[in-house]
Design a protein around this ligand. Structure first.
Ligand code: ADP
Length: 929
């Protein structure tokens, strides 16, 4: 039988089975109902040896005279007075084994003949209180007691003194069966209510625990539970169920007094606190009733029983308040927010009226039944509302997650798309910086470099931020080598400080385990962020990376990184907001430092994802220390050793740091589908004089690699036809391919997404992220080319990093600056000569202050503030038409930015002279006019 037919057959059978099940259930139900109605009653006769013993009772007065009373009855007796009633037992006591008296807050003694048969008092079995709680009191009756006198003595301090309730004769089983028939439904109802409300409470608590979401229904379920406790604690069987009913009678009152709270909390919540003032008053009143009555009861000053009226007031007040707010909301139109709950409360109101009605028509037999039904109805309605709200918010959450995912996907795609052209811009620009010596072009290219770098950083930050925001950030753990990680970081740091005058220190605890288990890429990201900040916010001095550890146990350590800089520091008041997103501080000093204010936020979240901590200590103006502590698993006990030495040796052996190199014998293949990228890498490799072939696709790479041996292949990952990974696999698998074992390095624009493991696992030797930086590219060549191929070249000056050329080269003497382009200046002042003169005056006034400040700052070597002033002079001079001086100020600004202090020192005097001359010229012109 073919699969499709089989599938169809099975679904038909399943549908038929469902119909069968429904028919069978209906049949069973009808069978049950008909059987109960039509067929004869098969129940055993319930023992009827039980009857009310309510005739012929006499009240024995203090002078021993008697007077007949009805049972039940109330005899006029002062509280504390013993009330005695008597009777004669019937002559026939067939089936009678006890006499039962329902005591009402009374101590009871039952005598048969003159023998005390039973005594009931809770005097020694209660924490506090002066009266014995309500219960059935039993006394044994024997056959020979027939015709004997029976006497019941009751004593109570309450208004129940003299109250005579039901008296029965019979056997205990029959008596309980009878009570069951009469009051069982209330016990069952209150117990059911308790179970339902407890279930509701449990569901709310679990949801809260699982979804971290507070559900108001939890209050209502507690309220209903209290009601159920109150009813259940009052039920007639309590003396059969609970070991101590004295405490239970206190519970009854406390449950009653606490009732208003949960209902008010619930309503206040679903009404969004609209009536919180009135609710507060009501809860305060209820709370005072609880406290005062409890104190009075515990100190035996006043029994709960006698305070019932204040409890009733508290409950009635709460009911009135609750219903008034519901009515107010109905009038104001808010009721639609909680229609179902309002209907539920309406149900409770009906239940309460029913309660009053039954109280007068069938006293005490239905106590609580009607209100229980009302409360169940309310709970059901409120559960519908809570369920509906929960599903709605969950759906909204799902929608929000879906839209966030869409946003994250869009951002990921966009950032990839945007990164490709930016990489090209950066690469091409790098070539301009290398190959062009014109200082103007160098300056423009420098601007392009920093702007595109910033743009790239921004895109990466936004992508990471949106991933964290939508909970999509992945922590992919694996085994890694800490020393490799640290060396990589230091190399990266070197690349960053390349254009700054900063020294780098590395100090690593020799005993730190080297092979660890954790997310290497994320740790790198964290360190890179902090180290990059250290570079950005440290104009002079040093950056130190300290690595240490602490054992948690044999297998686990806390790895600690301290990044210490001697930079601008952070003001104490800024520390708290440091890790907030989009926050940047000390704007005056940092205005020219690129940043988004996202880096530290992302860093903190990553650290927390890895169960670590990050802290900062900083002295404003002196520097900062960022400390990251991450729990990591130790793979083996091999220690890292003297990493500083390894690092120093690596540095000494590196041709790239201070010297350049050529590799005329190296054959390099670059594979990328983007012609621009190919041009960039080819351009970057021009200097090293290697033979560089380029192809624009995976298939072309496979083809060319069959015939030409390459020392290194740089292979782009994302290519349309055969992508980088597929091409690599084909080359590695092909036994005849002469490049089978060549070094193949992946080029990727997705370096931030934790792709390291993926490339290494796919068979690449390493990976290089785009935009390819000349420094990193050259590091890669030094690392992977055979040593004899790399020929160091002494730095002749021709190959100096061109981006520094413009400042390092001896500056041209400045042109005379005492010329102001008046027309230009006036044109900036909307053609108004007067306005222009005003501006000139302000310029002069400010100028003299600047002059003094510049001298001071120059002496103090305070280059940050020096930069702020020359920056201001650049633009204000342009505004007054002092174009040449503006240009000179710009050069000063750039020199500070590039940390070229030599340039400033060489030109400072000249700069000041130009400035004084300019001010003099302006002042003269102002005097003449
Ligand atoms: P940004 O992209 O602005 O650098 P971050 O989130 O990385 O964003 O840093 C937030 C702010 O914290 C920075 O703007 C800077 O004011 C301050 N900051 C961060 N690191 C340092 C540091 N090492 N020294 C001084 N200030 C720092």
């Amino acid at each position: 039988m073919n699969k499709a037919i089989r599938n169809e057959l099975f679904s038909h059978i399943m549908n038929a089975a469902k119909i069968f099940f429904i028919i069978a259930c209906t049949f069973v139900t009808i069978f049950f109902i008909c059987g109960q109605i039509i067929l004869p009653d098969e129940r055993d006769e319930i023992s009827q040896n039980f009857k009310a013993f309510d005739d012929n009772w006499e009240y024995v007065m203090f002078d021993n005279t008697t007077m007949p009373i009805d049972v039940p009855d109330h005899i006029d007796a002062a509280p504390g007075k013993t009330v005695t009633i008597q009777n004669t037992l019937p002559d026939n006591l067939e089936g009678v084994s006890c006499i039962t008296f329902r005591s009402m807050w009374q101590d009871v003694e039952i005598y048969v003949g003159n023998e005390l048969r039973t005594r009931y008092s809770t005097e020694n079995s209660r924490f506090f209180g002066q009266n014995s709680t309500v219960r059935y009191v039993f006394a044994d009756i024997y056959k020979e007691d027939a015709g004997k006198p029976v006497r019941i003595e009751t004593t109570s301090d309450t208004s129940y003194s003299g109250t005579i309730r039901d008296i029965y004769l019979g056997d205990t089983t029959s008596m309980w069966t009878s009570v069951m028939k009469e009051y069982g439904h209330i016990a069952v109802l209150s117990f059911t209510l308790m179970i339902i409300s407890f279930f509701c409470f449990l569901v709310c608590a679990i949801l809260r625990f699982m979804y971290k979401k507070h559900i108001g229904l939890i209050y209502l379920s507690l309220g209903v539970m209290l009601c159920a406790v109150w009813l259940f604690s009052e039920n007639r069987f309590r003396q059969l169920i609970f070991p101590n009913i004295s405490t239970l009678s206190n519970i009854t009152f406390w449950a009653l007094m606490l009732l208003p709270f949960p209902f008010i909390f619930y309503l206040n919540e679903i009404q969004n606190g609209r009536y919180k003032n009135i609710f507060t008053i009501s809860t305060l009143f209820s709370a005072s009733v609880v406290v005062i009555t409890s104190i009075l009861q515990i100190l035996n000053i006043m029994e709960f029983r006698n305070n019932v009226s204040s409890m009733h007031v508290s409950i009635i007040l709460a009911i009135v308040v609750c219903f008034s707010t519901i009515i107010a909301d109905t009038i104001k139109g808010y009721i639609k927010e909680y229609k179902l709950v309002a209907i539920g409360f309406f149900g409770v109101a009906i239940g309460a009226f029913g309660e009053i009605f039954f109280f007068y028509t069938t006293p005490s037999k239905t106590l609580g039944a009607s209100i229980s039904l009302g409360l169940t109805f309310l709970l059901v309605m409120a559960s519908f509302k809570a369920g509906h709200d929960f599903i709605t918010t969950e759906n909204e959450k799902l929608k929000a997650i879906a839209s966030n995912e869409a946003k994250a996907r869009f951002l990921a795609n966009m950032s990839h798309e945007i990164r490709t052209p930016i990489n090209t811009i950066i690469g091409m620009n790098e070539l301009i910086l290398r190959e062009n010596n014109d200082s103007n072009i160098q300056e423009y290219a420098q601007c392009i470099y920093s702007s595109s770098k910033m743009l790239l950083g921004l895109i990466n930050d936004v992508l990471d931020f949106s991933k964290i925001d939508s909970g999509k950030i992945e922590i992919s753990e694996g085994i890694y080598n800490l020393s490799n990680l640290l060396i990589d970081e230091i190399h990266l740091l070197e690349a960053r400080v390349y254009k700054h005058n900063l020294s780098i220190n590395l100090s690593v605890d020799e005993h730190t385990p080297s092979e660890l288990y954790g997310d290497e890429i994320r740790i790198k990201q964290i360190l890179t962020n902090i180290l990059t900040n250290a570079v950005k916010y440290t104009p002079k001095g040093s950056i130190t990376l300290n690595v240490s550890f602490e054992h948690i146990d044999e297998q686990n350590i806390i790895l600690q990184f301290d990044v210490i800089d001697t930079g601008i520091g952070i003001k104490p008041e800024d520390i708290d907001g440091l890790f907030d997103s989009f926050r940047r501080f000390d704007i005056l000093h940092n205005q020219n430092i690129e940043g988004t204010g996202l880096g530290l936020n992302i860093t903190k979240q990553l650290v927390e994802y890895m169960n670590g901590t990050i802290h900062v200590k900083s002295v404003y103006g002196q520097g900062s220390t960022f400390t990251v502590r991450l729990p990591q698993q130790v793979i083996n006990n091999q220690t890292i050793g003297n990493l500083e030495n390894v690092y120093k040796m690596a540095k000494e052996n590196s041709y790239v740091s201070n010297e350049t190199f050529t590799t005329p014998d190296a054959n390099i293949l670059v594979v990328d589908d983007n012609e621009m990228n190919l041009a960039v890498i080819k351009g970057l490799l021009k200097r090293i004089k290697a033979t560089v072939n380029t192809v624009n696709g995976g298939q072309a790479a496979i083809d060319i690699s069959k015939n030409n041996k390459y020392d290194i292949i740089f292979m782009d990952h994302m290519m349309p036809d055969v992508d980088g990974i597929a091409a690599l696999k084909t080359i590695r698998k092909d036994e005849h391919n002469i490049n089978r074992n060549s070094v193949i390095i992946a080029l990727t624009a997705n370096a931030i997404t934790g792709c390291h493991d993926m490339y290494i696992n796919s068979g690449f030797d390493d990976y290089l992220s785009k935009p390819v930086e000349a420094y990193m590219l050259e590091q890669m060549l030094v690392k992977y080319l055979p040593h004899d191929m790399v020929i160091p070249v002494e730095d002749t000056g021709n190959t100096a990093k061109s981006s520094d050329n413009k400042i390092d080269s001896k500056p041209e003497p400045e042109r005379s600056t005492n010329i102001i382009n008046r027309e230009k200046g006036i044109s900036y002042c909307a053609g108004s000569e007067d306005f222009y003169k005003n501006i000139l005056r302000t310029y002069c006034k400010q100028g003299h202050t600047y002059e003094t400040q510049l001298k001071q700052l120059y002496e103090d070597n305070n280059w940050d503030e020096y930069r702020v002033i020359v920056h201001a002079l650049k633009s204000s001079s342009l505004t007054i038409g002092a174009e040449n001086f503006s240009e000179v100020s710009k050069k000063q600004e750039f020199a500070v930015k590039d940390n070229n202090i030599t340039y400033i020192k060489e030109t400072f005097d000249e700069y000041l002279i130009s400035f004084s001359a300019l001010l003099e010229t302006i002042e003269n012109s102002l005097l003449q006019s």
